[in-house]
Structures are given as C-alpha cells and as structure tokens.
Design a protein around this ligand. Sequence first.
Ligand SMILES: [Zn+2]
Length: 127
Amino acid sequence: MFTMSTQNPFAAKREQLRTRTPMRCPICHGALTKVIIRDIGSLAPGTVWQVHAGECEEHGWFQTEVVKRPPREIFAVTRPFGAARRVVVDGHEYYAFSTVWSDLPGDEKRKKTDPLEEKFWEALPLK
Ligand SMILES: [Zn+2]
C-alpha cells in the first residue's frame, strides 16, 4: 500500500521500478512467466493506464487492462495483445475471470486504491 505522506502515490517513478505484474494465473493462481506490461498512457497526472499480459506454463496467456482501478476481469488470450480464447476448466467454458476487485461493494471501490495492489487482482474461485 502507498503511504498517505506521498503526494502522488501513483507517480511515474514508481512505475519504472515495477518489474512484475500483480496478475497471477486465474486458474491455478501460479506466477506468470514472460510478463509484458504496456503503458498505454496517462489519463491524468498520477493515473495508471496499462495492459498486463503474462503466460502460465500450464494454462496459457492471460491479459488485463488497468485503467485507474484494479482490473475487474482477467481475460484468456491467444498471445499478448491477441484475440480472446476459450478455456475449459472441469467442463465449463471461460473467456474471462472475475477478480476480487469486481466483487467488492461500491463504497469499497470508491476509496482511493492503488490499482496495482495485488490482493484486488486475485481471481475469484471458479464456480
Ligand atoms: Zn495456471
């Protein structure tokens, strides 16, 4: 978490130091290899707008977009920045996986939040 004494907790400086993604495989929750983080730009000073992609050796490529807030969903893709793909787990089809963030109540979502806070990126258990 950022500290409240920091004027701009999401400043560019911090981004450059980040070498890994908070995203994990939404199926096995394992660490992703071949992580690619693409900065799309900045909507306003101090905001984050990025695409994160990474590969689970067992389950393939996943991708998500961060726009100021932690991502609501992690998508299965054919390759980084590629097409959506279907994943079958225990006979159920998935294209996207909801995150802890997507499940938070509205008042929690309105709090100032580090969009790269790992706990919010965790995929919810599959149903
Ligand atoms: Zn996996």
